[in-house]
Design a protein around this ligand. Structure first.
Ligand code: FES
Length: 626
């Protein structure tokens, strides 16, 4: 099914295949958009501005090339924008004075600093004079040091490679350093090969992104379920499994390291980048995931007062984690804030730049162990919001990850449900965005009431097509979303009463987190400039559905809410390509004031209230930029 893309000035209306970039669609339709770097996200010539529709969450290339201010205004690189719904964009519109990053002009007062690309990995080509004279004793290392000044620590793993590297190309070598540490010495000139990995370890999902460190170009990404989930779906059950049991702790660590090594192998195969050229890794994750990766016992993270073992940023060689990378490649773990506010929250703050905002903003990271941040450049609060894995497709009867065939959009239309699947494939299950839409549509249709009950008894009031989808199966209340044959489904896809309870737990945790932070900070809805929804759901989260089910406070107008994609992963990518951003992470972690919800006397009342769905008529405001 083609999607309509309208390009201004003109206008030219084009039909694009879902997933094609706007740049490719424009070129195929004969519309000229300049692509100086060939569509690799390395320039700004293909920029477009959203006029109508929804802009995708920014990628790291959008952030690096355009800067946060333009991204907020709805600018994107058209070569990085896959078409998923009808949109209207303006090509390279006139730029105003906020466009300092593009034009290289003066930076307006108060505008954030542009992100500097400096991953901290330095590669120097040197000509080493090999030891020749028996009478003048020297060594390979001394010969190397003589050729390359300012290096200090050459570890034994690199020493082992020296004799072969120095002699393979008559002494021509490339020396890779991070600070004053030598990470590798390679034969010949390999200076152009400089790559890194950004890894987001979530309780349910793990995402690994390969990046070219010089340009910030994103080359490949792999995601999969966290294999530790078989030992417990949420944090507390995973901590309980590891608690005071070194054998189980080792099992959890082995699982995650095994998965990371699979990701490394796959990403190298898909991109053609050799693993020996991956020198830096940045990892974000919640406190428990962080500790388990390091093999640190998280027992005390699960017991009051929930103290982490370490909160500092850490840097360690890849060999310490048995990663299939150069043994001295540097693995950088971003700092933690508290037992249940981890480096993922710091990543969200980095990516959303909430810490630099003159106005109050809220960032909600929806995940199994979600987090909410509220603040500005003055103060910053955070709390955990354990939403459970429902929106990541887990613990839902027909839940699945966002992949071809996942129902990612559901709408109530003409008294029935209209479904859309990723890639228009045969329907196989529901992913997070589809689950949220489905519940919103069922609320709109009156199938589900404000307490979350599937109202089987009241189905006679429903329009005939919907009525036929609502039934009791023994003791269980179900809604049939797709019957075999509908949308190519091979089996029936249902939404059960338990599934809706999972969604209520999820949205109750998030909404009460937001409500409590606003309560603690004494902030009314009018003082909040923006609420940013973050998380990886495969497709854009529908703001309207999020509001309809009360995932976010209904007192915030739709125009103030923006979906920013997987911000924790974007934060890891920024820290990967910019040492300044990695340093900023430490400052942010030090600034965040942790709010413990469970300890607050009003929490339980607010949580129970937030579990219910809003008894509001559905909103019908239009779509917006950004
Ligand atoms: S063509 Fe260069 S960034 Fe899109």
């Amino acid at each position: 099914m083609a999607i309509s893309v309208t390009i201004l000035p003109g206008p030219r209306v084009l039909d694009a295949k879902p997933g094609t970039t706007i740049l490719k669609a424009a070129h195929a339709g004969g519309v000229d958009i300049t692509a100086t770097c060939g569509g690799r996200g390395r320039c700004t010539s293909c920029r477009v501005k959203l006029v109508a529709g929804t802009a995708p969450p920014p990628t790291i290339m959008d952030e690096l090339q355009l800067g946060d201010a333009l991204v907020r205004e709805g600018y994107r690189l058209s070569c990085q924008w896959p078409v998923t719904e009808a949109v209207t964009v303006q090509v390279a519109p006139p730029l105003d004075d906020t466009t300092f990053q593009i034009l290289g002009g003066e930076r307006p007062a108060g505008a954030p600093e542009p992100i500097s690309l400096d991953a901290g990995i330095d590669k120097r080509v040197a000509q080493v004079t090999l030891p020749k004279d028996e009478h003048r004793q020297t060594s390979d290392l001394e010969a190397l040091l003589a050729a390359v000044g300012s290096i200090e620590h050459v570890p034994p793993t690199v020493l082992k490679t020296l004799p072969a590297a120095l002699r393979a190309r008559d002494g021509e070598v490339t020396v890779t350093t991070f600070g004053r540490d030598v990470l590798a010495v390679e034969a010949g000139d390999t200076a152009l090969h400089k790559f890194g990995l950004a890894i987001d370890i979530g309780t349910t999902s793990v995402v690994t992104t390969l990046m070219e460190l010089e340009s910030g170009e994103q080359l490949a990404a792999v995601s999969s379920l966290n294999p530790q989930a078989v030992f417990g779906g949420d944090l507390m059950s995973r901590i309980a499994f590891a608690q005071f049991d070194p054998g189980n702790l080792r099992k959890l660590q082995t699982r995650i390291i095994g998965l990371l090594n699979q990701h490394i192998e796959q990403i190298s195969r898909e991109s053609g980048v050799l693993t020996k050229w991956i020198y830096k890794v940045v990892v974000v994750g919640n406190t428990c995931m962080h500790h388990l990766l390091l093999g640190i016992d998280p027992s005390y993270v699960g017991l009051a007062p929930y103290a982490p073992v370490v909160r500092h940023p850490l840097i360690l060689p890849a060999r310490d984690l048995f990663l299939k990378l150069p043994p001295e490649a540097r693995v950088c773990l971003l700092p933690l804030v508290a037992g249940f506010v981890g480096a993922d929250a710091v990543g969200v703050a980095l990516a959303t730049r909430i810490d630099e905002s003159p106005a109050l903003r809220i960032a909600v990271d929806i995940g199994t162990n979600g987090e909410v941040l509220l603040g500005s450049r003055e103060r910053l609060w955070a709390c955990s919001a354990p939403a459970g894995p429902a929106l990541e497709g887990a613990q839902i009867r027909h839940g699945m990850r966002a992949a071809v065939g996942a129902i990612d959009r559901v709408a109530a239309e003409e008294g029935d449900l209209r479904l859309h699947t990723i890639g228009d494939g045969p329907a196989q299950g529901l992913c997070g965005s589809g689950l949220l839409d489905a519940v919103a549509a069922l609320l709109d249709l009156g199938v589900v009431d404000w307490t979350g009950l599937i109202d089987v008894e009241g189905r006679d009031r429903l329009p005939a097509p919907t009525r036929a989808r609502v039934e009791m199966r023994g003791e269980e209340r179900v809604v049939v979303l797709a019957r075999p044959g509908e949308h190519g489904a091979e089996r029936e896809i249902t939404l059960t009463q338990d599934d809706i309870r999972q969604v209520q737990l999820c949205k109750g945790a998030i909404a009460s987190g937001v409500a409590m932070l606003r309560h603690v900070a004494g902030v009314g809805p009018e003082q909040v400039e923006e609420l940013m929804l973050a998380g990886g759901f495969g497709n854009y989260l529908s703001i309207r559905s999020a509001l309809r089910i009360g995932l976010i406070p209904p007192d915030l107008p739709e125009g103030k809410i923006r979906y920013v994609g997987n911000a924790a992963a974007l934060g890891a990518q920024l820290a990967l390509v910019s040492e300044a951003e990695r340093a900023r992470a430490e400052v942010i972690a030090g600034r965040i004031e942790h709010v413990s919800l469970a300890a607050h006397p009003d929490f339980e009342t607010i949580f129970v209230e937030c579990m219910n769905f809003p008894r509001l008529p559905p909103r019908t405001e239009g779509v917006r930029a950004g």
